[in-house]
Ligand binder design. Structure first.
Ligand code: GAL
Length: 851
């Protein structure tokens, strides 16, 4: 190896810096990239939010991100999970930030710590503690003393904690950059002059923390030096940082999207994700973060809103349950491998741009040493094309980029997915009763039940004329607020004789409401993820004499972002009864009596000693379709070791716990049949969240993740609070199982894979595209469900033959794959009949059963 004088100099400098700062690393940057201990870096980062999974999952998630080709883990810091009340800090369990960062360190990865501490993130109240809204004089996120005081205090607390544990790279830890604030640039102007002052203050306050690594601000177009401004979006190839000395950083590339109860299920096709990432790197980017790489779960009441689902799966490369999502995870892993092959050229090479057509271009990176890497892009969102580059021709599918690590051979094309897909099922299993007493009937599940009375329990909070704001009243200590009154109905009301029910007409700022009259549920109403306020007309049954009206007002997660978002209220604004002799009665002028929360919540009936509360009554038959009912059962864990989801399809709406751990809100609310779902997603062209949705007319969320580590070997207390009525006997645990794997391989797929690149002769002529299948660990291919070489159609799980089909396909694939845990099938003349349907590009589709 020949070292130039320059590089020897650099080596000594790096060594000196290392010694000078103890065992820490020197993290700096220039316009090209981050430079760690003198080395330029391509940083591929994976967002994994620690409280959205459990500590038992962290090492596996981090490892899977590393295996997927990431070298950085990113997380926000969740202020409201840590500072429960002023100066009352919590860092245990899912909030053990230090443990999480150390796991990242042990995996040999870097960490991007986005402290915020305002974070948005579809997290309750954007991560800011609700109590801070009630500290007099506080206005969030602007030049305001109480806000700045508490924000600085928390930021300093986190920085000190990280420093104490030596977690900054400057101290030898993994944290190589930190973020202050979050996308403030969007809102700065809406805060007037104070907005700008606040942004500058935040940057200065951050820098003054002296963390020894760079600070970033995302979507902040006036971030002052040395704070680096970064880009968030579905695409960031056009982004340029303000300072010409800063590298081009993409802090949030959304490989999917979040869901709200009652909406469709969004998906972002991996071909488009890969296209966006590749365009970013070929256009000079060097730091890129998938937001999210593992979305996880909004346990308990951490989901923001209104209406964000408990699942935060995000269609991310690792699914909510911690399994790699194929083909997304696999296709991106290959992409990262392809970047690795181009790393030197990308980080040290000179870039030249060549036009290859009206919407086609090449980015070529060459080094003086002769190292060369090229990216051939087809930005046309409709038409495939053939381009000429350095006297060779290349086929480029529409909206795709080919990667040529030697400026000659294609190792990867963003639109040609070689990675396997998988068939993932939620396999139901009946709840298994726990053996607690040998005297009991062991076959039937023992249910204990506590039914709440609608309306005020124990002492009311207060009474007043008209309505109060829901959030200002509950301070978000619970979702629930009882709002009650009574109405006297004369015996001579016409509706009593005619049997026409009067109508209760309600208006609310949000989020949801159940109407009880004389202890009976009359109906429910709610807003949705797009429009939070709602108005509803609910027929009610009234009797002659005094009627008790009890309205259960609910929040479903607090606002997470937007200008002055903390002032957005919730709760009833008007109630009328229509259809009485005198027309409408305006109940808004009545005296209303309020009670915060439910009795069961007050008694902590779902955890600790509350589980033994005398309110629980043993029953042989738990009541069905009964509103306001708490259910408790002692269960064994589901068999096996697959991840577990609680199937709540037969329930209404409510909250669930296991062993006192908060599973979260459940609500199998359906999206509309008439929403815009797609059977097949066209990856071509710019993505937006509604482009490729599925699940119209289906519950947005049916299964609720219950981490395996929450189960004991027996005697697990499953507690459900059901608001409107459901059938608890139909509740199941479902196990998330990969039952099969698929491959759809085209003969024109790059024949050199990322893995074979270093050893490949790079003589493409004698290499053939190869399909690869791998069953999950401890399983083997037990059957070939489908195999067709020709022009098969459809997707994994629903392939069908086209008009061109080699009848021997199945036997060829069986010979190579049956009883194996993995297999490769070359698309060669030896294996398949290339003679039929000449002139067509042929494909091999395989679906294998793994067991
Ligand atoms: C961004 C925000 C993130 C997250 C994301 C959508 O605007 O910075 O925190 O909310 O949108 O998932």
């Amino acid at each position: 190896m020949k070292l130039s004088l320059m590089s020897i100099h650099c080596l000594f400098l790096a060594l000196f810096m290392k010694l000078a700062v103890g065992y820490g690393s020197n993290v700096s940057y220039d316009s090209r990239s981050f430079i760690i201990d003198g080395q330029r870096k391509l940083l591929i980062s994976a967002a994994v939010h620690y409280p959205r999974s459990v500590p038992a999952m962290w090492p596996g998630l981090v490892q899977l991100a590393k295996e997927g080709g990431a070298n950085v883990i990113e997380s926000y810091v969740f202020w409201n999970g840590h500072e429960l009340s002023p100066d009352n800090y919590y860092f245990e369990g899912r909030y053990d930030l230090v443990k999480f960062v150390k796991i990242v360190q042990q995996a040999g990865m870097y960490m991007m710590l986005r402290i915020g501490p305002f974070v948005a993130a579809e997290w309750n109240f954007g991560g800011v503690p609700v109590w801070l809204h009630y500290v007099p004089g506080t206005v969030f996120r602007t030049d305001n003393e109480p806000w700045k005081y508490y924000m600085e205090k928390f930021t300093t607390y986190i920085v000190k904690l990280m420093k104490k544990e030596k977690l900054f790279a400057s101290q030898g830890g993994p944290i190589i950059m930190a973020q202050i604030e979050n996308e403030y640039g969007y809102y700065e102007q809406s805060y007037g002059d104070g907005g700008k002052r606040y942004a500058m203050w935040a940057a200065k306050m951050a820098v003054s923390q002296k963390i020894g690594v760079p600070w970033i601000m995302c979507q902040q177009w006036d971030a002052p030096d040395p704070v680096i401004n970064t880009c968030n979006g579905f695409y960031c190839d056009d982004f340029t940082p303000i300072s010409s000395n800063s590298p081009k950083i993409w802090t949030e590339n959304w490989p999917g999207w979040f869901k709200t109860f009652g909406s469709m299920d969004p998906h972002r096709p991996v071909e488009d994700v890969a296209y966006a990432v590749t365009r970013f790197f070929e256009n000079g980017g060097s730091v890129h973060n998938y937001y999210m790489y593992h979305g996880g779960t909004n346990f308990g009441r951490t989901a923001g809103g209104p209406f964000i689902t408990t699942s935060y799966d995000y269609d991310a490369p690792i699914d909510e349950y911690g399994l790699p999502r194929f083909p997304k995870w696999g296709h991106l892993k290959e992409l990262h491998g392809a970047f690795k092959l181009c790393e030197n050229a990308l980080l040290f090479g000179e870039r030249t741009n060549l036009s290859l057509g009206p919407l086609q271009e090449a980015s070529v990176y060459t080094e003086s040493t002769g190292v060369c890497a090229a990216f051939l892009a087809n930005m046309d969102n409709k038409t495939d094309t053939v381009v000429k580059f350095r006297n060779m021709t290349y086929h480029l599918p529409a909206w795709s980029v080919s990667i040529l690590p030697d400026c000659k051979n294609v190792v990867y094309n963003t639109a040609k997915v070689g990675s396997q897909a998988s068939v993932v099922d939620m396999v139901p299993e009946d709840l298994r009763p726990s053996v607690v007493s040998p005297k009991k009937d062991l076959k039937a599940l023992q249910w204990e039940v506590f039914v709440e009375k609608p309306g005020i329990w124990e002492k009311p909070e207060f009474s007043k004329t008209g309505f109060v704001d829901h959030i200002n009243t509950t301070k978000d200590t619970t979702d629930y607020l009882w709002v009650t009154t009574s109405l006297y109905v004369d015996g001579d009301e016409m509706f009593l004789k005619k049997g026409i029910p009067p109508i209760l007409s309600v208006k609310s700022k949000g989020h949801a409401l159940h109407v009880f009259v004389n202890q009976e549920l009359q109906g429910s109403a709610s807003g949705n993820g797009t429009i939070f306020p709602f108005a509803s007309e609910i027929p009610i049954s009234l009797k002659a004499g005094k009627n008790e009206i009890a309205l259960l007002s609910m929040t479903v997660g607090l606002q997470t972002a937007g200008p002055q978002y903390e002032w957005i209220g919730a709760g009833l604004t008007s109630v009328e009864i229509k259809g009485l002799n005198n027309g409408n009665v305006n109940l808004s002028k009545f005296t209303w009596t309020y009670k915060i929360g439910l009795l069961g919540e007050h008694l902590n009936i779902y955890k600790g000693d509350g589980l033994k509360s005398k309110n629980w009554v043993l029953t042989t038959e738990p009541p069905k379709r009964k509103p306001l009912t708490w259910y408790k059962a002692l269960v064994d864990p589901p068999s096996g070791n697959e991840p577990v989801g609680l199937d709540m399809i037969h329930m209404g709406k409510g909250l669930a716990w296991l062993n006192g751990e908060e599973i979260g809100r459940y609500w199998p609310r359906k999206s509309s049949k008439h929403d815009a779902c797609v059977d097949h997603c066209d990856y071509r062209g710019k993505f937006s969240p509604n482009k490729c949705s599925t699940g119209c007319g289906e519950p947005t969320q049916r299964w609720y993740h219950v981490p395996r580590s929450w189960f004991k070997s027996s005697g697990n207390e499953l507690v459900i609070f059901e608001e409107t009525g459901g059938d608890p006997t139909q509740i199941r645990f479902s196990k998330r199982k990969t039952s099969g794997v698929c491959s759809l391989m085209s003969e024109d797929h790059p024949s050199i894979s990322v893995e074979s690149w270093t050893t490949a002769t790079k003589d493409t002529n004698d290499k053939k595209a190869t399909a690869q299948l791998r069953c999950p660990s401890n399983t083997r291919v037990s059957a070939i469900k489908f195999a067709s070489f020709g022009n098969p159609m459809g997707a994994c799980g629903s392939y069908s033959h086209g008009d061109c089909h080699d009848p021997e396909s199945a036997s060829v694939v069986e010979k190579m794959c049956l009883n194996r845990s993995e297999c490769s099938i070359e698309l060669s003349k030896e294996n398949f009949n290339f003679g039929s349907c000449p002139g067509k590009i042929k494909r091999l589709a395989v679906e294998a059963v793994c067991s």
